[in-house]
Design a protein around this ligand. Structure first.
Ligand code: G3H
Ligand code: 13P
Ligand code: ZN
Length: 322
């Protein structure tokens, strides 16, 4: 199967009450871990590349790694998506350079400017057979170079979504309902603590999601900032020389619920980083004399595969949907 756009994926996900995972890729081991899991579970998957990933690994290397993954996993649909594109030029470069989908994230701009830039990207993308994700509302955390402090985030205003989608022609819409980027999604003040002292975050705003769904029937919704920050990996990091106090994510059952509604794409990056880093830290701690990168990257890649498989089966519900 060649690289696909997300159109068919989202239609099936919407109708089937599941979501497709969009996992950030930065190197070969991450591409392999994700696509091996998706391939074995017969799940569609979106591989997404941020501006930072492109600067780190180089556009061509990433595209070629994804092409290799397609050859190795011929039975599943794979989309290649630009995550958080911030300019028309960046989106154009990815469209021209083999991506099947781009996000234009003009969510930090005023409404009219967001519409104008999104529309410009949509016109170019559609003329080239590609699709566009846009965003309304702002998430806390770091989106490439844009950092939004906790307290400065704003939920999507449901009364704006119809006009935005109508006027831009975008193919999917990312909304802000309380998720945020990174491994510290909430401050301790925003949470309560359970009996083990672990932070319990405030629930997602399903009322906002449901209002958006009512106004955009049949339209695919996207959730960014949807890592769950598994405490076993936080502990693995902390037990092996790391320091990630009070890292906290979105509870999996809330993401499962969102996936059963109109949320067709769920973005996960931080959990992959945690699985990879926790595993490497533990390996170094246990094998201080090893220095062959294959020795520690092998279990790290296996950890990526395992966490992605877990997400596909238990959070997204996309297994068997290829
Ligand atoms: O939303 C941000 C993603 O986690 C990508 O992060 O810009 O550091 O590659 P990055
Ligand atoms: P996390 O930081 O929760 O993994 O979110 C990733 C994301 O939204 C990428 O666009
Ligand atoms: Zn994001």
């Amino acid at each position: 199967m060649a690289l696909v756009t997300t159109t068919e994926m989202f239609k099936k996900a919407y109708d089937g009450g599941y979501a497709v995972g969009a996992f950030n890729v930065n190197n070969m081991e991450i591409v392999q871990g994700i696509t091996e899991a998706a391939g074995e579970l017969k799940s569609p998957v979106i591989l997404q590349v941020s501006k930072g990933a492109r600067a780190y690994a180089n556009h061509t290397y990433l595209v070629k790694l994804v092409e290799a993954a397609i050859i190795e996993n011929p039975d599943i649909p794979i989309a290649l998506h630009l995550d958080h594109g911030d300019t028309f030029e960046l989106c154009k470069s990815c469209i021209d350079g083999g991506f099947t989908s781009v996000m234009i994230d003009a969510s930090s701009k005023p409404f009219e400017e967001n519409i104008a830039l999104t529309k410009q990207v949509v016109e170019y993308a559609h003329a080239h057979g590609k699709v566009v994700e846009a965003e309304l509302g702002t998430l806390a955390g770091i989106e490439d170079e844009v950092q939004v402090e906790h307290g400065q985030e704003s939920y999507t205003r449901p009364e704006e979504v119809e006009e935005f989608v109508d006027r831009t022609g975008c193919d999917s819409l990312a909304i802000a309902i309380g998720t945020s980027h990174g491994a510290y999604k909430f401050t301790a003040d925003q949470c309560t603590r359970n009996a083990d002292g672990i932070l319990v975050p405030p629930p997602l705003r399903f009322d906002v999601l449901e209002e958006c769904i009512k106004r955009l029937p049949g339209f695919p919704i996207v959730l960014h900032g949807s890592s769950s920050v598994p405490q076993e990996f936080v502990k693995m990091v902390n037990d092996n020389g790391g320091s990630m106090p009070d890292a906290v994510g979105i509870p999996e059952e809330q993401l499962r619920k969102a996936a059963s509604l109109a949320v067709c794409k769920i973005n996960i990056d931080s959990d992959i980083r945690l699985a990879l880093t926790g595993t490497i830290r533990k390996y170094f701690n246990e094998h201080p004399d090893h220095f062959d990168p294959r020795q520690y990257l092998k279990p790290a890649r296996a950890a990526v595969k395992e966490i992605v498989a877990h997400k596909i089966k238990n959070v997204l519900g996309s297994d068997g949907k290829a």
